[in-house]
Ligand binder design. Structure first.
Ligand SMILES: [Zn+2]
Length: 322
């Protein structure tokens, strides 16, 4: 489809939508059109379902950490203007379930930007204690945590990246580091968590992926990939690059060395932060997070009172950010 035809399709989409409850940017509508291969009826159906899901779960008002409200972050953050470099900590307001899930995670961080200005999310998948996550957390808790992270990413970090790049940024680049991955990760209940997360992203946050690198993938990964691939949209699969130990060159093509952690072939070490670029309790490079009495046992990312009261109005479908 030519760019002119795409503009025309976007206009038709607006006409087809008619009067809707929310104002939406062209960029946001385009995400739904691309996800549905520019089919207007399909895009409309997905958009209306997203509105419904956001309303039912009050996602528009999900609290997000900002410089002003000083809410604690839900995962490690490095290299953005609008939020100081931070780690997840057992601070008042963070739910106990978030801390419990992190205890078994190999490490995760939203770490600087790629050469296109998109934020980079790094997860040390190979160090996940997959069986423990499945044993000690529920799908509802993992989803609650994921939605909290997504809202922060889209409302705070994407906005920051858009300002820095001088253009609308609504996609993230993801690196899953499979170093240390073995047969223990081939655990079906744990893979169902990946399914729930992929399902949520593909339905309600369409076309928000820029590039996806799976690096240092061992032979065993072929079996995991066969299972996971069946749960993904063709558009998502097309963006995924599975790379073995020769990951340095493809990563540096996408990411400047100063923005890429040294363990992935770059130059960054984030020495100023506990845990460096990607803090990990499993790798014990950061202090352990012990839940306190002020960390409530709820399936949401923050305590109930914060979920109710720390509402923010800046939603993802809003006007272009820069
Ligand atoms: Zn770093």
């Amino acid at each position: 489809m030519t760019p002119e035809e795409q503009v025309e399709r976007l206009k038709q989409f607006r006409v087809e939508l008619g009067a809707i409850e929310h104002s939406v940017s062209d960029d946001y509508l385009e995400q739904f059109l691309i996800a549905r291969s520019w089919n207007i009826a399909g895009a409309k159906d997905q958009l209306l379902k997203t509105f419904e899901w956001r309303k039912t779960n009050d996602v528009d008002h999900h609290p997000v950490a900002t410089l002003e409200n000083k809410l604690p972050v839900l995962y490690a953050v490095r290299g953005y203007q609008s939020i100081p470099d931070s780690n997840l900590e057992a601070l008042p307001g963070v739910s106990e379930s978030v801390l419990r899930i992190n205890k078994y995670m190999g490490g995760a961080c939203l770490h600087k930007t790629d050469r296109e200005g998109c934020p980079i999310y790094i997860e040390r998948l190979g160090y996940h204690k997959a069986k423990d996550i499945a044993k000690h957390a529920t799908v509802e808790e993992v989803q609650g945590y994921h939605v909290g992270c997504n809202e922060f990413l889209h409302r705070v970090v994407m906005k920051d990246c858009s300002k820095a790049a001088g253009r609308h940024i609504n996609r993230e680049t993801v690196i899953f580091d499979c170093t240390n991955m073995g047969w223990s990760q081939l655990h079906m209940p744990a893979l169902y968590f990946i399914r729930a997360i992929a399902d949520c992203d593909q339905k309600y946050y369409p076309e928000t992926l820029n590039k996806f690198f799976l690096v240092n993938a061992p032979g065993a990964f072929v079996y995991v990939w066969k299972i996971v691939k069946a749960w993904l949209d063709p558009g998502t699969i097309a963006k995924i690059q599975i790379i073995g130990s020769d990951f340095k060159e493809p990563l540096l093509k996408q990411i400047a060395p100063e923005n890429l952690p040294a363990f992935l072939g770059g130059e960054c070490t984030c020495e100023h932060m506990d845990g460096g670029c990607v803090p990990s309790q499993v790798l014990k490079n950061a202090k352990p997070l012990e839940p306190q009495a002020h960390n409530e046992n709820v399936p949401t990312a923050y305590n109930t009172e914060i979920m109710k009261n720390a509402k923010t109005s800046d939603v993802v479908r809003g006007p272009t950010f820069y």
